[in-house]
Design a protein around this ligand. Sequence first.
Ligand code: DAH
Length: 340
Amino acid sequence: MLEKINKLLAEVDAFKASSLEHTEEYRIKWLSKKGEISALFDDFKNVSSDLKKEVGQKLNLLKNKAQDKINTFKESFEDHKGSTENKTDLSLPGYPSLQTGSRHPLSLVKNQIIDIFSRIGFTVSDGNEIEDDWHNFTALNTPENHPARDMQDTFYVKLDPEMVLRTQTSSVQVHIMEHQKPPIRTISPGRVYRNEAISARAHCQFHQVEGLYIDEKVSFADLKQTLLYFSKEMFGADTKIRLRPSYFPFTEPSAEMDISCTICKGKGCNVCKYTGWVEILGCGMVDPQVLINCGIDEQKYKGFAFGMGIERITMLKYQIKDLRLFFENDVRFLKQFTSA
Ligand code: DAH
């Protein structure tokens, strides 16, 4: 019996487990109910009484050593397992679990327009998207049955045909002139609506910025210089402008303004349809009748106004070819503006 115990003691001392399964294999071999050490305990009753003390001590030593060894290996393997499965590996590089948002390109450009005009003293004014006929049309020299109403397809409010979804931010001009005394120098960015079929070039909703300057000695030269300043700030110092005579019911004279094509620098490309110029806004001297309609002394005051589409400016600036992208909120489109 002593011989067997010594042999097992040597085996326990020499034992090195290679895995959790290997450790378990030896626990069963030595310590389970039918294991070798348990069997020795069963045989212990047959040991003669003079040897009982010595054999008993050795047997206990063997059992304890075997138990310690098994426990030590078991713990070490379980710890290791835990570190790969459950614990955070601090050596891995971090990555943000939240994606950074980005500003909508229309907001970026709107803010830039506000910034450019505020540097030359223009304030920002807000208006209503649901507007009455007077502010959207009549006060702006476009009474009912005036052919110019056909320039814009209007959404009327069903319950009250006097109310419309504003077709232009020019309506804000009227509110401002009705409530403020000149000098007035303000821009009004906002959303407008027109009953148009949705395509790459048209939408039933879009955004405009209206500009209005009313004072005693405002001239067409002031208008031109203001718009030249804006164009250079927005599209680059080498940008040129040209004004073409046009018609708007609320300005006289009226003009449309082109800038030299930002893509080909005026040489001709498909964006400018090989003309070297792209149209970006309408403008003119405020018609004296509009001043009268809004309660401003038309003998004393003059003014200029302009209106531009924010989508148009944004499309030119970022070379975006389809207007619908602005309203679909596809993250793949929007996240391209993260760093802008
Ligand atoms: N309201 C015009 C439109 O939507 C744009 C416009 C043209 C605004 C000339 C103006 C202006 O203030 O003077 O087409």
